[in-house]
Design a protein around this ligand. Structure first.
Ligand code: 13P
Ligand code: ZN
Length: 271
């Protein structure tokens, strides 16, 4: 007898995260998407994993992820509705070879995973190669982060340095910095590839004039990364145009990194 998946801890945490992101204004309409790599044994307590499901064409291959299970938001679905109806607005897929995926649960009524499937899966592959504990890729349209891409240089060193100065927490949370991509058409394999390439080096990638991607070993970690960037971007937007008379120096950023035993991105501090 299988347990009720609607009561699964991983699903509850996922849907609650979508609600939080919606309430923060990061996911208007269908904006944003999350994918969460699940533990097969745990999912097996809820689903019969030997039953065959609907096969979809992913449009790209992710050889190192074949056989892995992911809980992913559906394309066109509203974050505000995920917690109310997870079975329609999310789904669980198994990655197959040959660029295919099998829907094991969800996407009720004929839906499918996010249009940013390529960016998510390719990024998972890169992050997993770096860190076997990696689990989550999260994308959203965090307002101040997007606003910042209209008025700040998109040079990723400069973008990161500005944020490091806007809130003391930043150096502690993302000493490894932020990757920044110029505006590109979203929902394509091309943006997926360049995002994943950045994910080799960074856990955070900003898409200019669009949004942000965060990677983490848990939903909380990916959320916390984005939340910290967004808070600092909010401070930046709040003081924009006002002369800065107090800031955090590079020497102080280094002191902070040393105090927390962290290594700032090499060459990104002028010491
Ligand atoms: P989806 O509805 O396909 O997830 O797209 C939302 C989005 O944010 C695209 O970048
Ligand atoms: Zn988006």
């Amino acid at each position: 007898m299988k347990k009720n998946i609607l009561e699964a801890g991983f699903l509850r945490e996922f849907t609650r995260t979508c609600s939080n992101m919606y309430r923060l204004g990061w996911d208007e309409r269908n904006g944003g998407n999350i994918s969460y790599m699940l533990d097969e044994k745990e999912v097996g307590e809820y689903l019969d994993l030997s039953a065959s499901g609907r096969i979809i064409d992913a449009g790209f291959e992710a050889p190192t992820l074949v056989g892995k299970l992911f809980l992913i938001t559906g394309t066109g679905r509203y974050f505000k509705n995920v917690e109310l109806d997870p079975e329609t607005n999310t789904g669980i897929v198994r990655i197959l070879d040959g660029g295919k995926a099998e829907i094991l649960w969800g996407y009720a009524g004929g839906g499918r995973p996010t249009s940013e499937f390529a960016a998510h899966l390719m990024s998972h592959a890169e992050r997993l190669a770096k860190d076997p504990a990696h689990r989550v890729i999260m994308h959203c349209h965090a307002t101040n982060t997007v606003a910042m891409t209209y008025v700040h240089s998109l040079d990723e060193r400069e973008f990161t340095r500005t944020l490091w100065r806007m809130a003391t927490e930043c150096m502690v949370v993302f000493p490894d910095g932020i990757g920044v991509l110029p505006w590109m058409v979203c929902g394509t394999n091309e943006i997926g590839r360049v995002t994943a390439d950045k994910m080799r080096e960074f856990r955070l990638v900003v898409w200019a004039n669009h949004g942000i991607f965060g990677a983490g070993t848990s939903l909380d970690e990916a959320f916390g990364l984005i939340e910290t960037v967004e808070k600092a971007a909010q401070v930046y937007i709040s003081v924009l145009g006002t002369p800065i008379i107090n800031t955090i120096s590079d020497k102080q950023l280094k002191e902070l990194a040393d105090a927390f035993h962290l290594v700032p991105k090499a060459g990104w501090l002028d010491l």
